[in-house]
Ligand binder design. Structure first.
Ligand code: 26Q
Length: 794
């Protein structure tokens, strides 16, 4: 292997500036510096990448493939610098050229190739797979436009297209030689035993590779994203006739397949293009996986011992039938044997129990786009019914193809993402399948990478931790428990409190500069950042805020604990109720922030365009983490883990991973409220549950009343009648029924925050006891219980 001595980072930056970008330091713009630094860092990552690739090949190790429609990776430069431990060197190299490190980092676009939790989890997993040294590839789509940019106009969400590739991007390597033809439509022919699919339309998937480096650069895996291209990109005949639009049409059409990320993370839309995207990703990935397997091993019957394919939700569920199609139709392996090989290779992660979010496709659309696959699915379904005669539910009922059931049947392991969610899977959506296959469902509670979500985003806290217990925590996060004895040391606890306070000052300064929003850093920074959804109940939070405001107005001279309510998050463009909640929060903020009677005690900010970068700013500065979903609805949550790790206690329900967070950090360091998942199901049966809750709590009644009468929308008093009507009526997510207990918990927060030392203790225990929520722990769980894969670094 090529061995080059490593030049200093400063020399590398200057070389790239000069020879890769053709600029001298006098004429370079910020983007040139960002690119030069990125290339200098990338060179060092590539060394680790080649080493890992060779080692995987030479040892014949089993490989893991993570198939996901979303990878919410955010910015990559700081990630690379931190993992290669080049922070100080990069700062001083840039300082030599009078460039500011943070300015250069901030020039990088945030790659938002995902909607939220599921996509961010995939990104944390890739980083952990590399840190652990497990040979792995991520496969996804190289969307030209990631998740839309959000702004507010008159308090309402406005969506603009996102263009992360509008600036130069340093991290991908185009692989023009890695291309596959992906077919759609057409017909199926039978020749005796053999069946052939003849697609009517084909597009080409072209690979773009991004290396993902792990801690200390010991290992790097690949994120391979597919981009759509036309097979015949240009219609010369049309051009020669002067029809320039028609000449470019084939290319434009093929490119639409990877043009945009679907911005809807729960309601299933049933759009043809979405199904095409799903098959495009899966078809290309499987072809690539089998080519690599074939080169190295050959015998397809050995596939499950050398390949593990993880399906991130049902979005790539077509992998089951597609693998069978290749093994059976193209390679002649008997159907039932093909099915067993596929199942032993595949596993499936479920991320939601919401019925409206379980993917299903109309059979007419499905059969038109994938005529052979629908036949195979019927055969899978029959085979499964034959092997399990007591089965009552088919994956092919009501003229639909049910992707959850298909995924379950075609996976050797099916996992939930928190202990509670996994148990609920067994008793709700997958009850029958679980009874037929009681060993199939396993739990792997989510985690987050401590490199990005502590070391990089919170350098002050990371510094204090390393100074106290050494740096081994970075890839062995449970070492944080060694902090516990320090918590009893008043001097140390002061320093811990000072770190949080400094982070809050930094955030306040940024909010002032970037948004003209000025806040006192001594307020409680109470943060709810996540997608807007009724089940996540941002409206419970704003109702409590409004009730609190009214109470302060009643008694403005009382000893209130000052509080800043911070919100951020996007609503799906077609989710009108969620958009109304955003507008209500913004309208309420305008009125409440302007109230001279109360605004030293209460302020509200809804920061626009929530993304990974904004989360990295907010998480280290939070005092309080809002995790207030209706119990049973949030599969896990991962933001909850980031906050706990960074020393923000939770106010939350017993939902998703909140349950496990509370078990780990201790009930005394967690503000619990609300009904349990079981109580939620019972409460729904109570007639007029919302009305009863409102009648029992005058604070709630009054908050609803001021919204209804238009206090926050005087020009249009009925603006929020849809929200108030919903809450006073069906209130499916039980906002009203949980209100009183939420109020109580928030007043406990107020009281606890008055004791700053007591609060710091609570925060510090959250940090010290959150080590289990590392995605390294999660990935080791998948390797052992699902993939049977080994680290090549152990
Ligand atoms: C499906 C069909 C068509 C278009 C879009 C979609 C779609 C896209 C994204 C459906 C769902 C999603 C994303 C779901 C998601 O983010 N779920 C979250 O996953 C996290 C990681 O496991 C959990 O922590 C969260 O609790 C869960 O809400």
């Amino acid at each position: 292997m090529l061995q080059l001595s490593t030049p200093s980072l400063r020399d590398s930056i200057l070389r790239h500036l000069t020879y890769s970008f053709g600029k001298d330091p006098e004429h370079a713009i910020l983007e040139d510096w960002r690119m030069a630094l990125s290339y200098a860092v990338r060179d060092r990552i590539v060394d680790a990448w080649f080493k890992a690739t060779h080692q995987t090949y030479e040892t014949g190790a089993k490989r893991v493939y993570y198939l996901s429609m979303e990878f919410l990776i955010g910015r990559l430069l700081e990630d690379g610098i931190v993992n290669l431990e080049l922070v100080e060197e990069a700062k001083s190299a840039l300082a030599d050229f009078s460039k500011d490190y943070n300015d250069v980092l901030a020039d990088e676009p945030d790659a938002a190739l995902g909607n939220g939790g599921l996509g961010r989890l995939a990104a944390c997993f890739l980083e952990s797979l590399s840190t652990i040294g497990c040979p792995a590839h991520g496969y996804g789509i190289r969307y030209e436009h990631g998740l839309f940019r959000q702004s507010f106009v008159g308090g309402r969400q406005v969506e603009q297209p996102e263009l992360w590739l509008g600036q130069r991007h340093a991290w991908e390597f185009e692989r023009p030689e890695v291309r596959y033809r992906i077919g759609f439509g057409g017909h199926v022919t039978n020749h005796g035993e053999t069946v052939r699919w003849h697609p009517a339309e084909e597009v080409e998937a072209e690979a773009f590779d991004t290396p993902v480096v792990g801690w200390k650069g010991r290992w790097a895996n690949t994120l391979r994203l597919w981009s759509g291209r036309a097979i015949h990109p240009f219609d010369l005949a049309a051009f020669n006739h002067g029809d320039y639009a028609a000449a470019a049409a084939p290319e434009a059409l093929a490119r639409t397949i990877s043009r945009v990320l679907y911005p809807d993370d729960t309601t299933e839309q049933g759009k043809e293009l979405r199904l095409k995207q799903e098959y495009f990703l899966t078809g290309a990935a499987l072809r690539d996986i089998l080519r690599r397997f074939n080169n190295q091993f050959g015998d397809l019957r050995k596939l499950p011992s050398k390949v593990a394919i993880q399906l991130n939700d049902t979005h790539p569920a077509i992998a089951g039938p597609e693998l069978i199609r290749i093994l059976h139709d193209e390679r002649g392996i008997p159907f039932d044997e093909s099915m067993d090989i596929a199942r032993n290779t595949l596993s499936y992660t479920n991320h939601t129990l919401l019925p409206e979010a379980l993917e299903s496709w109309g059979e007419a659309l499905f059969g038109r786009l994938l005529p052979r696959h629908i036949q195979i699915i019927d055969q899978i379904d029959n085979e499964h019914a034959n092997r399990n005669p007591s089965r009552t539910q088919s994956m092919r009922a009501d003229h639909q193809v049910k992707m959850g059931q298909l995924s379950f049947v075609m996976a050797h392991k099916v996992n939930g993402v928190s202990a509670l969610h996994t148990e609920l899977m067994k008793t709700t959506v997958f009850e029958e399948l679980h009874n037929l296959h009681p060993d199939r469902i396993v739990n792997q509670t989510n985690g987050v990478t401590p490199r990005r979500w502590l070391l990089a985003c919170n350098p002050r806290l990371a510094g204090l931790i390393t100074e106290s217990i050494g740096e081994a925590w970075v890839d062995d996060l449970e070492q944080l428990e060694k902090l516990e004895p320090y918590i009893e040391d008043a001097g140390w606890l002061d320093r811990y409190g000072k770190v949080k306070r400094d982070n809050k000052v930094e955030l306040s300064n940024w909010m002032g500069q970037a948004h003209g929003f000025h806040v006192d850093p001594d307020m409680i920074f109470d943060v709810q950042i996540k997608r807007l959804h009724e089940y996540k109940r941002q409206h419970l939070n704003i109702l409590e805020t409004i009730a609190h405001w009214l109470e302060i107005r009643d008694n403005p001279n009382a000893d209130w604990t000052p509080r800043l309510k911070l919100f951020a998050g996007k609503a799906a463009p077609g989710y009108f109720f969620a958009k109304d909640i955003i507008r209500l929060i913004n309208d309420a903020a305008a009125v409440i922030n302007a109230d001279p009677l109360t605004n030293k005690y209460l302020k509200i900010a809804f920061l626009p365009n929530y993304n990974v970068t904004l989360a990295e700013r907010l998480v280290p500065a939070a005092d309080l983490s809002e995790q207030i979903s209706t119990a049973g609805k949030e599969a896990s949550g991962t933001g909850n883990m980031k906050f706990a790790l960074n020393g923000a206690p939770t106010v939350g329900t017993l939902d998703g991973a909140n349950v496990e967070i509370r078990d780990h950090v201790g009930a005394e360091n967690f503000f619990l409220f609300g009904m349990t998942a079981e109580e939620v199901m019972e409460r729904r049966m109570v007639e007029s549950h919302a009305q009863k809750a409102i009648a029992a709590d005058p604070r709630l009644a009054r908050a609803l009343e001021v919204i209804r009468e238009g206090r926050f929308s005087p020009a249009e008093p009925e603006r929020y009648h849809n929200i108030t009507g919903n809450l006073e009526g069906a209130d499916y997510f039980l906002v009203c029924s949980d209100f009183s207990d939420y109020w109580r918990a928030q007043r406990e927060v107020d009281a606890a925050f008055k004791d700053q030392q007591g609060w710091a203790r609570m925060a510090a225990f959250n940090t010290a006891r959150s080590g289990w929520f590392s995605s390294d722990r999660t990935i080791r769980g998948y390797m052992k219980d699902i993939w049977d894969a080994k680290s090549l670094l152990d």
